[in-house]
Design a protein around this ligand. Structure first.
Ligand SMILES: N[C@@H](CCC(=O)N[C@@H](CS)C(=O)NCC(=O)O)C(=O)O
Length: 233
């Protein structure tokens, strides 16, 4: 059984997509990041960066007791290696997937996160920041569109790279992107959206969240973080 520490955000959806695709049994542990549950000392032991997602695998292949993993890219790789699914074992094909997974983790996710912040959440509208991140979003969408021009999925076969990228393309309208400007990306997006496992993953999230993660109260929790006081246990 896998325990998934989760809130329905793009990084959370990546993992429910994998778990649904692989049909692995899992139990969701809701971590409401808008009320500060990510600072719970028990959660911080698993995820010291106070971010979802994180997992605890209670039956790891090494048989040495529960194993926890934080960072969605590491979790996807862990689950792929555990199940032998969605990540080739052949070195060349494996690193085709890994480079796009890292591209998502280091580029697509953080940059689109800044887009969400400055376009939607920032209390002041700062034209420089909005333009910077909307343009970077457009650039990254273009990279993905080119990559998908002659491939069904990002590296050919369906993989953890697709699972990592898709949830960040779902909010394309609020990122001020028009998928019609990126026809290959649009074709891939619609194919991803139509997958039953992807639909089941998103349905899990629907049952958990009502309303936006970001409101007046959560704005302070999410956007006002400095150094965390040490937890004395
Ligand atoms: N690089 C991390 C990012 C995780 C992340 O930013 N999670 C957000 C939700 S999408 C979160 O937990 N935020 C809580 C907070 O900012 O305190 C990953 O991919 O796992």
């Amino acid at each position: 059984m896998i325990e998934l520490f989760y809130w329905p955000t793009p990084n959370g959806h990546k993992i429910t997509i994998f778990l649904e695709e692989a049909e692995l049994p899992y139990q969701i542990r809701v971590v409401n990041i808008s009320t500060g549950e990510q600072f719970d000392p028990a959660f911080l032991k698993i995820s010291p960066n106070n971010r979802i997602p994180a997992i605890v695998d209670h039956a790891p292949v090494d048989g040495h007791g529960p194993l926890s993993v934080f960072e969605s890219g590491a979790i996807l790789q862990y689950l792929a290696e555990k199940t032998g699914k969605f990540l080739p074992t052949d070195t060349r094909r494996k690193f085709e997937v890994m480079q796009w997974l890292f591209w998502q983790m280091g580029g697509l996710g953080p940059m689109l996160g800044q887009n969400h912040h400055f376009v939607t959440y920032a209390p002041e509208k700062i034209p420089y920041a909005i333009e910077r991140y909307v343009k970077e979003t457009e650039r990254l969408y273009g990279i993905l569109d080119d990559q998908l021009a002659d491939r069904e999925f990002i590296t050919g076969d369906y993989s953890i790279a697709d699972m990592a990228c898709y949830p960040w393309i779902v909010p394309h309208e609020r990122q001020q992107m028009n998928l019609n400007d990126f026809p290959n990306l649009k074709r891939w997006f619609l194919a991803m959206q139509a997958r039953p496992a992807v639909q089941r993953a998103y349905a899990k999230g629907e049952g958990i969240k009502s309303g936006s993660t970001v409101n007046e109260q959560s704005r302070k929790i999410l956007f006002g973080q400095g150094r965390r006081p040490k937890v004395v246990s």
